[in-house]
Design a protein around this ligand. Structure first.
Ligand code: NDP
Length: 485
């Protein structure tokens, strides 16, 4: 079993308290590593290192140089991808094919921001005076970044790459369940030319995250995780008026009209909610189906869901791994019981019977149908492989159900009628809307939620904007006095 250290000011260190915690493989429940449990004093050292690095040179490093560092990190990622994908799968449970896909996206993310680093610029404004007015873009300073466990290294990349691109320094905390891929990735920093202290990695629990949020010298918090913790972070950031960006959960509608391509619809509905064991913020967990195809589509989804192969993520035939932790398993099982009271069970509804799957945190892909949109399984984020199927009669009703949720992260509409699709696209209250697909995500395109699914946007130029602030500069070109007094 490996004992990891964390990265503060370019040094690999233990927690000041000497405390550490176990990291578990959810497919076997065996302890696979130990990581330091950072306390407030460790976080303080990390923030001080980030501040020093920012003030003592990083803020003035050219865009070209920051871009080259990002590209070198992408290159390292691609070279080491098989090794890191294996670590990601063993630590998070996800199928190895999905880890490989995620880590390719990590490299792509660093490549994109490597290119963008030389293209960030300010503006010159037309003001009604003999003057030059400018809007300069400057890095925000020290960013605190708090990462969830569902896409451990990818969610870290979505925060690290734009922050490096913008010229910030940072203190990043992976989730307690899945810190290993980020700690391994951090070994590339020095070789890629990242000065010490620019990125500090601290490991620990929620308290470690809370210490970053309450630290007076952190300028910005970027968080991905649950709505509940998002609210706490926003509240705690108020004390020092930090800039905050939040990528929270969802209860995203996946809407199927009767004229959709049937085979594609069945596949898209299953993929939308069962990918990554359903541990996806944009999971299409509410499947809305128009009545004329309701029964046929439900039967086809149930039949196909029963064939999803559960197993250890390291087996290439596995299509669904275990959920990430014992707590998450209990949470999903609890919602499956709630679902049995609230709706009809199509398939799944508990743990798999297979003897080989008893040890790990495996749970059956589950479909509930005839679900009322007021049911808890249609309103609360489960974050597991649980689909709620809801019938509808027409476009107006589909839209009403789709928007009847406090969340607004994502949605998808399936139909061959582009006019109907576009009417839906314009009225759906969500930050991401797919048409005839669900889940494709590109680093070029904005990611983030409407309503209670978040604040701010990640990816694309929007992602870098979150790490910058604008300075207005006015240059007077009149040589005569103002003449007021
Ligand atoms: P959390 O929102 O609790 O955790 C996300 C991150 O925030 C972790 O790094 C966590 O640390 C940290 N954190 C926890 N409490 C605080 C705090 N008070 N201040 C600062 N940081 C904190 O997610 P969970 O892991 O507990 O999962 C619970 C539920 O959250 C899931 O079932 C799911 O519904 C949702 N979720 C949504 C995600 C999304 O992408 N939208 C991602 C992950 C979860 P640590 O884990 O070390 O305690």
């Amino acid at each position: 079993m490996k004992s990891y250290q964390m990265l503060i000011d370019g040094e690999w260190v233990a927690a000041g308290s000497g405390k550490s915690f176990d990291v578990v493989n959810p497919a076997t429940t065996e302890v696979m590593a130990k990581c330091p449990e950072a306390g407030a004093a460790d976080v303080d050292l990390a923030v001080k290192a980030a501040r020093r690095a920012f003030e003592s040179g990083w803020r003035d490093v050219t865009g070209q140089e920051r871009g080259r560092i990002l590209l070198r990190l992408a290159e390292k990622m691609r070279k080491e991808l098989p090794r890191l994908a294996e670590i990601e799968t063993r630590n998070s449970g996800k199928p190895i094919v999905e880890s490989e896909y995620d880590l390719t996206d990590v490299a792509t993310c660093f490549e994109y921001y490597g290119g963008l680093a030389t293209k960030l610029h300010g503006e010159v404004l037309n003001v009604p005076d003999n003057a030059i007015s400018m809007a300069l873009r400057e890095p925000l300073g020290v960013a605190g970044q708090i990462i969830p466990w569902n896409y451990p290294l990818l969610m870290a990349a979505w925060k690290l790459a734009p922050a490096i691109c913008a010229g910030c320094t940072m203190v990043i905390k992976p989730a307690e369940q899945t810190p290993l891929s980020l700690l391994e990735f951090a070994r590339f920093f020095e070789e890629a030319g990242l000065p010490k202290g620019v990125v500090n990695v601290v490991t620990g629990f929620g308290e470690t995250g809370a210490a970053i949020v309450s630290h007076a010298d952190v300028d910005k918090i970027a968080f991905t995780g649950s709505m509940e913790v998002g609210k706490i972070i926003m509240r705690n950031s108020a004390e020092t008026l930090k800039k905050v960006s939040l990528e929270l959960g969802g209860k995203s509608p996946n809407i199927f009209f009767a004229d959709a391509d049937f085979e594609a619809a069945v596949d898209g509905a299953l993929f939308g909610v069962f990918i990554n064991q359903g541990e996806v913020c944009s999971a299409g967990s509410r499947v809305l189906v128009e009545r004329p195809i309701y029964k046929k589509m439900l039967d086809a989804m149930i039949e196909k869901a029963k064939t999803i192969k559960l197993g250890d993520g390291m087996d290439r035939a596995t299509k669904m791994g275990p959920v990430v932790s014992k707590e998450q398993l209990e949470r999903v099982l609890k919602y499956q019981e709630i679902g049995k009271q609230e709706a009809k069970l199509g398939t799944g509804g508990g743990r798999p019977a297979d003897a080989a799957l008893q040890k790990g945190y495996f749970v059956q892909p589950t479909i509930f149908y005839d679900v009322a949109n007021s049911a808890r399984i249609a309103r609360e984020e489960i974050f597991g492989p649980v689909m709620a199927v809801i019938p509808f009669d027409n476009e107006a009703e589909a839209l009403k159900i789709a928007n009847d949720t406090p969340f607004g992260l994502a949605a998808a509409v399936w139909s061959r009628d582009i006019f109907k699709c576009m009417r839906m696209v314009k009225r759906i209250q969500a930050g991401i809307v797919w048409v005839n697909h669900m889940q494709p995500t590109y680093v070029e395109a904005p990611w983030g939620g409407y309503k209670m699914s978040g604040v701010g946007r990640e990816l694309g130029p929007w992602g870098a904007e979150e790490y910058m602030q604008v300075k207005q500069v006015h240059i007077n070109l009149n040589e005569t006095p103002i003449g007021w007094y």
